[in-house]
Design a protein around this ligand. Structure first.
Ligand code: SAM
Length: 244
């Protein structure tokens, strides 16, 4: 079942959504924002696939200004609710929200860039082949496909870690995270979102996500196969691939 359908059933992103902005790791957010600033100035048409609650959509809108057109493709209703509420508070943002899947959404302008942050682990090999094909052909010559390098790089267990979040009013939020191996190329992330008041644990809720492991090597092979070439301006931890 896809993540939008799982969320409609109260799983995955339905559990994660209320916490998303509070528990997103600040160093990763900063790294991804820095990559957008490095790679996308001057872009006039950009698609963001799987924008979630819109953290990076807001960054793109601020970076590119109202003359640039942004398309945000978000199929999960609960994530889209947060996204559209955020965007409705940004009067200058020129963002069109498409409530569709990455493989079905249609955009009728040539794109300068397609941004896919924290998304591609949801696609198996066959779906990735279609994803790369579809969005490569949506780019203008010289346009960029931008995503982060995946973690982990092999199907290996990731031990339990507490990822600090932030406070909202009297409460503090964090995440207990681990990944189990569930196949040769798949892991299951188990994320428990905790709500604290001082040292008292008020609530914990767990979401699971079955994710495909996609190494840098594999990504390079797949993106080269659709004719993209690496853009050497990509900062560390980022893949930027250009349509020649
Ligand atoms: C981990 S969140 C990332 C959100 C945002 N890109 C960020 O980095 O903060 C993954 C998002 O991808 C969306 N998603 C999952 N499968 C998708 C698909 N097939 N097409 C488009 N979006 C999808 C989910 O609904 C979710 O909002």
């Amino acid at each position: 079942m896809n993540e939008a359908a799982r969320a409609d059933d109260g799983l995955g992103y339905a559990v994660n959504a209320p916490y998303y902005d509070l528990i997103f790791p600040a160093p990763i957010r900063d790294m991804l924002n820095a990559a957008l600033h490095e790679l996308l100035p001057g872009a006039r048409a950009v698609a963001e696939i799987g924008p979630g609650t819109g953290t990076f959509t807001e960054s793109l809108a601020g970076l590119l200004g109202p003359d640039a057109e942004i398309f945000a493709v978000e199929p999960a209703r609960i994530m889209r609710a947060a996204l559209m509420s955020r965007l409705s508070r940004l009067p200058d943002a020129n963002v069109t929200v498409l409530p569709e899947d990455a493989l079905t959404a249609r955009i009728d302008v040539e794109l300068d860039a397609v941004v896919l942050f924290n998304l591609i682990m949801h696609f198996d090999e066959e779906a990735r082949a279609r994803l790369w094909q579809k969005w490569t052909s949506a780019l203008r010559p010289g346009g960029l496909l931008v995503m982060e390098a995946q973690f982990p790089q092999t199907a290996a267990a990731v031990p339990t870690t507490v990822v600090p979040g932030r406070a909202l009013g009297r409460h503090w939020y964090d995440t207990v995270s681990r990944a189990d191996v569930i196949g040769d190329t798949m892991i299951r992330w188990v994320m428990t979102y905790r709500t604290w008041e001082n040292t008292r644990l008020l609530q914990e809720e767990t979401a699971e996500f079955d994710c495909h492991v996609i190494s840098d090597e594999l990504l390079e092979k797949e993106l080269s196969a659709v004719g993209l070439v690496r853009d050497d301006r990509a900062p560390k931890g980022i893949h930027a691939w250009r349509r020649p």
